[in-house]
Design a protein around this ligand. Structure first.
Ligand SMILES: [Zn+2]
Length: 330
């Protein structure tokens, strides 16, 4: 293509180019503005599939200024509360506009999206409580069941089991939280009482959590009791073999051989009680305390301790602990 040569033609072309440049620039600015507009729309509106009438919608809910275009039958079928509300407020209006005062638009939008399967967002541990609160208020069983499924599928740990169980309890969900109870039943009472929600548990959940532990404890104490008694008798025999100067109870434990059960010894005879106490005190070890210098070494060269290794010990508290154990067995 050849370029025009005369001045008039040059001028015309220059003008056209300028116009085109301006137009192109304007189009670009317009497009850019639209793009910016799309991106800065409020989240709840951008995610709102009900912002315009669709599929012959015949109901508008207005929540905090946000309009939600819906279908009357979807709400009346899903919620007895909406059913009553819609019947009473707009019997003769086919395209009713109803305001829900005091509600969060985002929460109501998310709830209503659950009624339209194609619009559903996932219910997660982060939002399940908000869903439960509204689903209960509007008695929407579908959403309550979806929440129950979310809570059921969540892997249970000691960090979430109490919270999940209380949600199940509060909203009387179809899922009863057996796996939460199982996780909690394995914890000590001391640990359970650290949950701030512990006192909110109802009787049924408390029984389910506490009874297994109590049964386990009772069984263990029953099994432990004769074993401990046997160990005490054995310790007496060992002492009688190794220490000829031990003082025994002439009635119940002559020469270190019990004639009655250790339980009876402890519960009925003060002399036997002293004998058993002496078993513990006889395990005192003489520990050399390392000191620097002769004088210091002589001044504190020995100290007396009962057998004590990390958490294990055998000390003067033994008698009262064993007595308590015998009491628990009854
Ligand atoms: Zn005695």
């Amino acid at each position: 293509m050849e370029w025009p040569v005369n001045e008039v033609q040059q001028s015309i072309i220059a003008d056209e180019c300028e116009d085109e440049a301006i137009n192109t620039g304007l189009e670009f600015v317009q497009e850019f503005t639209e793009e910016v507009k799309r991106n800065v729309e409020p989240i709840e509106v951008a995610r709102n599939p009900f912002s315009h009438p669709w599929e012959e919608g015949n109901l508008v809910l207005v929540v905090n200024g946000v309009k939600l275009h819906l279908h009357r039958f979807m709400l009346t079928l899903s919620s007895p509360v909406f059913n009553t509300m819609l019947k009473s407020e707009s019997k003769e209006t086919s395209n009713a506009e109803i305001t829900l005062p005091g509600k969060d638009a985002d929460d109501i939008l998310n709830l209503l999206k659950q009624l339209y399967p194609q619009e559903r967002d996932e219910i997660t541990m982060d939002n399940v409580e908000r869903f439960l609160k509204l689903a209960e208020e509007y008695q929407i069983k579908t959403v309550l069941d979806l929440c129950a499924t979310c809570l059921r599928n969540e892997p249970k740990t000691k960090d979430n089991a109490m919270k999940i169980l209380l949600l199940v309890q509060k909203y009387r969900l179809s899922y009863v939280g057996d796996d939460c109870r199982n996780v909690l039943a394995k914890l000590s009472l001391q640990r359970l009482e650290k949950y701030k929600e512990f006192s909110d548990l109802n009787g049924e959940n408390l029984r389910a959590i506490l009874l297994p532990g109590m049964r386990r404890l009772e069984k263990t104490v029953k099994e432990l009791s004769p074993q401990v008694s046997g160990m005490v008798a054995f310790a007496m025999w060992l002492s009688s073999q190794g220490r000829k100067d031990m003082m025994w109870c002439p009635v119940h434990i002559p020469n270190g051989k019990p004639r009655v059960s250790i339980r009876e010894c402890l519960q009925t005879c003060p002399v036997c009680e002293k004998v058993i106490e002496s078993l513990a005190s006889n395990t005192i070890e003489r520990q050399h305390r390392a000191g620097k210098g002769l004088l210091k070494s002589i001044a504190s060269s020995f100290e007396y301790v009962y057998t004590d290794f990390k958490d294990d010990h055998f000390d003067s508290n033994f008698n009262s602990v064993v007595k308590n154990m015998f009491d628990l067995v009854d």
